[in-house]
Design a protein around this ligand. Structure first.
Ligand SMILES: [Zn+2]
Length: 81
């Protein structure tokens, strides 16, 4: 799968996001695998890319506002409750 990856934080003018080809992940228990159709970019993403917010690890694929199709469901189904 294609993803825009952040490996080091710096101003967006320096193009910190790089296109990468990654293996398609398998959903763990309680998770779903989405085929992302669209992804919004909010100011939290911009703060993360530029270093105002520190992610728990790097590299990451910024973007958390997605619309997609469920491709697979992890063991036990999605979510709890
Ligand atoms: Zn957001």
């Amino acid at each position: 799968m294609r993803a825009m990856r952040l490996t080091s934080q710096r101003p967006v003018e320096q193009a910190p996001l790089k296109l990468a080809e990654l293996p398609v992940p398998a959903p763990a228990a309680g998770q779903v695998l989405l085929r992302v159709l669209a992804c919004g970019v909010c100011h939290t993403d911009l703060h993360t890319v530029e270093g105002d917010i520190f992610p728990l690890r790097l590299p990451i694929t910024p973007g958390h506002q997605v619309v997609g199709i469920v491709e697979a469901v992890g063991e036990g189904g999605a979510g709890g409750g």
